[in-house]
Design a protein around this ligand. Structure first.
Ligand SMILES: *Cc1c(COP(=O)(O)O)cnc(C)c1O
Length: 495
């Protein structure tokens, strides 16, 4: 074992991968980052002969090196099984010259399943390895998709409870229905009267509450996180970029060593950071194209070097990207600050106090791997309509943000490198917005009429996840104020 994780805010913190997974967030509020990023020990050709699970093992063993082979393979086997509706787990679909990497074939039809189907197993294994006997309480803020994927992953997992906070008026009707119908004695879902940033800030505050931590320990509980700040989320996300590359290689679309572009519809900066880590592990990636919706803090950051969250929070049709504080960006900031916890802390402190920070020109010069742009609501809808009319392929509103930004990138640069677009949700998860984009005649239909109509026009069967909620009863109806989040948690735990 040789890879340790450090906090982005305190140089003295050093833990193993399993400890980082258990804790979620460092005690100082920083995020855990690997001390160095390991390189692949198999060639791209070797990897191209492997299944998804085999690639997952080859990637994850390097990043989570205190797990034994047996432990890690058991986690992988339990995660990537028939919960996914295709053996290949993450299929690549070519449409209009780009490769869509469909990351939505898991239980809740969004890409969050790729990591959240394995996180519970990584966490339980980490607890065993570290002799933890407390019940683990997963506390999660969601902009819609993480919540359901985490609930599905942790439901009825022994030794865990899961509490999910979501913005009551900030998720799609199907997202909300998916969450509030969640079964499982250990699942709790609470709507908050605020937006996603309020939910995320509230959860971080609860994590940082030392008094509460003591009360929890006395009652036999400890917190962990299923948000993408947990490296147990990030590491499994590296896998599918490697897998996508090896599929292109196996299919003869590229030669080993050829570069590809990756376009990622971005919110909390987790998915694109995983692609960045993949690049650093040795995957030949040319540009990491960061696509934002109208909440375009990241576009502004990449163009100006200033991160500024002081702006109006826009509710868009891609709600899982409606975020003004992209948590995982901190991991990149730490790195371009020369792995300096001190410099990073100063910037994060400034973000907390003034809502903004500015990086130095030296730091900005290290961002050349990235290209940032954004899509307006109208552009997003037009992209869905055009792709459908030209090819018959229907994409969701988040993926359409990526497709729009990719078009802008091509126009601007003329770059014709083979490109993979991360397709992060099934169009069935955002049926109304998708169908509205295609034709206004669908306006008057109910949500489930639209589902059937989408099936007709796309020739894609209605996913089980949608069938399941057609008639499912609502099991969770708690709503609270932002400042009641902590007391809601206490009430659930009876402390
Ligand atoms: C979460 C999510 C995103 C944003 O991913 P980040 O890792 O937060 O950048 C994009 N699309 C969909 C459908 C999502 O659920």
């Amino acid at each position: 074992m040789s890879l340790f994780y450090k906090s982005t805010r305190d140089d003295s913190v050093k833990v193993t991968a399993s400890q980082a997974i258990l804790k979620g967030l460092a005690p100082d509020g920083g995020l855990f980052v690997p001390e160095s990023i390991p390189s692949f020990d198999k060639s791209l050709e070797e990897l191209s002969k492997m299944s998804y699970k085999e690639v997952a093992y080859e990637v994850m063993k390097l990043m989570l090196d205190d797990f034994t082979e047996e432990e890690l393979k058991a986690c992988i086997d339990k995660a990537y099984d028939e919960k996914f509706d295709t053996d290949v787990i993450a299929p690549l679909v070519k449409a209009d010259g780009a490769y869509y990497l469909e990351l939505f074939h898991g239980a809740t039809i969004a890409f969050k399943d790729m990591a959240l189907s394995i996180l519970p197993h990584l966490l339980i294994t980490s607890a065993k390895k570290n002799d933890v006997h407390n019940e683990i309480v997963i506390l999660t803020a969601t902009s819609g998709d993480t919540g359901k994927a985490a609930l599905a992953g942790f439901a009825d997992v022994k030794g865990t409870r899961i509490i999910v906070f979501y913005p009551k008026n900030g998720v799609s009707p199907i997202q909300e229905k998916q969450m509030v119908t969640q079964k499982g004695d250990n699942t709790y879902v609470i709507g908050i009267k605020g937006n996603f940033d309020d939910a995320q800030t509230g959860v971080k505050k609860i994590f940082g509450d030392k008094e509460l931590e003591k009360e929890m320990a006395e009652a036999g509980f400890q917190f962990s996180s299923a948000n993408s700040i947990n490296i147990g989320r990030l590491v499994p996300q590296i896998v599918y970029y490697v897998y996508a590359y090896t599929r292109l290689l196996a299919d003869g679309e590229i030669k080993a060593g050829d570069k590809i572009n990756a376009v990622v519809p971005t919110g909390n900066f987790g998915n694109i950071l995983a692609a960045f880590y993949a690049k650093n592990m040795g995957l030949p990636i040319n540009k990491l194209i960061c696509a934002s919706n109208e909440n375009k803090v990241l576009y502004d950051f990449f163009t100006t070097g200033e991160y500024d969250r002081n702006r109006e929070f826009v509710l868009t049709t891609s709600p899982s990207m409606d975020i003004l504080i992209s948590s995982n960006l901190e991991r990149l900031i730490y790195r371009i600050a020369g792995n300096s916890a001190k410099k990073n802390s100063e910037l994060m402190e400034s973000l907390k106090n003034t809502g903004k920070y500015e990086i130095t020109p030296e730091m900005k010069a290290q961002l050349s791997d990235f290209y940032g742009n954004y899509a307006t609501e109208a552009e997003d809808a037009a992209t869905i309509k055009k792709l459908y009319e030209d090819t018959g392929y229907v994409i969701d509103t988040h993926t359409a943000v990526a497709a729009t930004v990719y078009e802008k990138y091509k126009k601007e640069t003329g770059d014709d490198t083979v490109t993979v677009i991360a397709s992060t949700a099934s169009p069935y998860k955002f049926t109304r917005s998708v169908m509205d984009a295609i034709d206004s005649k669908y306006d008057s239909m109910t949500d489930f009429e639209l589902v059937d109509e989408l099936s007709k026009i796309s020739n894609v069967a209605v996913p089980q996840a949608i069938e399941d909620i057609r008639t499912a009863p609502v099991l969770h109806d708690t709503v609270c104020e932002v400042n009641e989040m902590s007391s809601s948690v206490k009430k659930i735990l009876g402390i």
